[in-house]
Design a protein around this ligand. Sequence first.
Ligand code: ATP
Ligand code: FE2
Length: 346
Amino acid sequence: MLILGIEGTAHTFGVGIIEMKNKKILFNEKVQFKNNEGMDLRELTEFHIKNFESVLIKAKEFLKSKNLSFKDIDLISFSQGPGIGNSLKISGAVAKTISLKYNIPIVGVNHIRAHLEIGKFLTGFSDPCFLYVSGVNTQIIAKDDFGNYKIYGETEDIGLGNLLDSFARLFDLGFPGGPVIEKRAKKGKNYIPLPYTIKGMNVAFAGLYSNLKQKKEQFFKNDGKIQIDNNRFIEYENYDDFVNDLCYSLQETVFAVVLEIVERAIAYTNKKEFIIVGGVASNKRLTEMANGLSQIRNLKYASFPMEFAMDNGAMIAYMGYVDKKRAKNEISNLKPQPYINVESEL
Ligand code: ATP
Ligand code: FE2
């Protein structure tokens, strides 16, 4: 079974092709809208309209190189939601057009579940607890006793990736924040205590961000002198050392926070496997800490290539395979669903 997956929920337009007879991902290409200032809706829309063709052409050329064409595709899968309305409309229209033109069955899938299912597929795990950490999302997800995905814990304000990006913006470190913070953290020498907010199985990061802002103000107001507890101070000779220490402290704090709610969810759900999905999963320190937790808790932990953990077409193709029973030969009732979550029916 040859499946073509189309991703276009937000910043990425991606196309993936998988072959399920041999369980192989054959093709996975994408273009990504990047803007330091965030996502201007008009620019984002323009980006998708301008760039989707180039990815489809690559897919066509790939199929041709294998003596295949769009006619040989058995199923079209596309991300129906959640996401940004305009992005969803464009990628949905592309998917429906290919389905109509070549008379191929089509299925609309849940983008978040696709992140989880591709993780299961690539690790070979059967029923893991997931930590989903992207820019927007920070959630602990696992299947309940009825086999339905359930959110056991989440952020009450901003996502972990967005916190890292906001921190990086505040300290002029560039965009995206995660990779540069990871690099600078390696040079950090001192742990500066930061707020550690867990509420049951939820987390919150807005207070931590305000605290980081205050630390920056303190640095300039007090000539590089930073208070770390009641009677201890660090006196920095240069700003770079201070920023390195903050990067290090930020990573240690927020990764401990999210892994603590994973630990709570594991104790509650009794799952034996653990996977991290989403862009923040590429962080080596987070992976190291997750490995540590898994050893203590006797959990099976595995990571998989980042290409498939970020938004991509292959995960949508695979989700189409999981949901193939819902595929139809008509495109009505496939409207974008911007506001669904992992627990929604779709
Ligand atoms: P989604 O719509 O799926 O939630 P998203 O745009 O919110 O997507 P992703 O593309 O999955 O998020 O991930 C982007 C985030 O990952 C950014 O916030 C970025 O800073 C973070 N990130 C990327 N690399 C690293 C890294 N090495 N360490 C920490 N964070 C990282
Ligand atoms: Fe995503």
